[in-house]
Design a protein around this ligand. Structure first.
Ligand code: FES
Length: 145
């Protein structure tokens, strides 16, 4: 059911933890399943993501997608990080079962929420970044669980 990469990132999550005094912190939840993800970003003066950590209170697919998402945004610019969509994360993981696709939205939204927090703290506007949702289930399509 799950690809080897998903299992690997689930069993050995990369960048798990938190960053003290992070440049930006974002927390996103899914009210339907109750899962929560928090993303911490350390962004330098050039707008490059030097470090990223996450904490996920959620299912295995949420853990694996957050882990892969942190790997994909680390060392990237803010603009590049915005291109790390849930689809890009899923591709990097060799796919997710259809009923688990919504879990990957948590990672995307958590990155956006952390970037939003960073922008607010610094009084800047990040082009292309929309105010993130705190609950991703609002935008989920009707699905059978
Ligand atoms: Fe809730 Fe996966 S079941 S995020």
């Amino acid at each position: 059911m799950y690809s080897e990469k998903v299992m690997d990132h689930f069993k050995n999550p990369r960048n798990m933890g938190e960053i003290e005094n992070a440049s930006g912190v974002g927390t996103v939840g899914n009210a339907k399943c109750g899962d929560i993800m928090r993303m911490f970003l350390d962004i330098d003066d050039n707008g490059v993501i030097q470090d990223v950590k996450f904490k996920t209170f959620g299912c295995g697919a949420a853990v694996a997608t957050s882990s892969m998402a942190t790997e994909l945004v680390k060392g990237k610019t803010i603009k590049e990080a915005l291109e790390v969509t849930n689809k890009a994360v899923m591709e990097a993981l060799d796919g997710l079962p259809p009923v688990k696709v919504h879990c990957s939205l948590l990672a995307e939204e958590a990155i956006h929420a952390a970037l939003w927090d960073y922008a607010e703290k610094n009084g800047i506007k990040i082009e292309g970044l929309e105010k993130p949702k705190s609950d991703i289930s609002e935008e989920e399509e009707e699905e059978d669980y």
